[in-house]
Design a protein around this ligand. Sequence first.
Ligand SMILES: N[C@@H](CCC(=O)N[C@@H](CS)C(=O)NCC(=O)O)C(=O)O
Length: 207
Amino acid sequence: MKLYYKPGACSMASHIILNELGVSFELDKTDTDSNTTEGGGDFLRISPNGYVPALVTNDGDIITENPAVLQYLADLSRDAGLAPPNGTLARTRLQETLNFLSSELHKSFGPFFSGVELDDARRKKADAGVQRRATHIERSLADGRDFLMGDTFTVADAYAFVVLNWTRFVGVSLDAHPKTQAYVARISARPASIKAMIAEGLMEQAA
Ligand SMILES: N[C@@H](CCC(=O)N[C@@H](CS)C(=O)NCC(=O)O)C(=O)O
């Protein structure tokens, strides 16, 4: 398998899951401005919409869109328990959460990454958008659960972690969401997350 990624971008969720699975895979660093990749390909031939993640499977199929890539990876190993079985209510709940992460939480960061300098009013509005979605995460964790779907780590946690971690880079505070802060620290400390962050240059290898 090959994962097209950008350092620290949403594609890092799939990178974390590949590490969790312990399967062999290649990475190809992508520049979505020039649509080129370190491997030398024309990225638009891989992902015509020009964004990561894009996963090339061992059979040569190309999968895009975070919720689809993450569920494809989870379904490679029932034993890894990264998603409940298809056809169950628990799987529908996971899909509900992945859709929230993709279309609500992830997209609420759009203004910060638009390339346009945000004036105070726009920054405040963008911050409020993230806070509103973080409130939903905080509510989901209110019963003391360790992970978004309950007691078990799933692909939703990798995606939520990567997106919530962007708050550190864009200057959004999670202080109003203490359970969410602890959750981010918890997922960040997983060996698979640390390995992905080191490989993508977000973290230094411990001496
Ligand atoms: N709907 C897509 C959105 C993916 C996305 O927003 N990718 C960002 C990185 S987090 C990207 O590659 N942006 C570059 C661009 O849009 O040019 C998904 O869920 O996979």
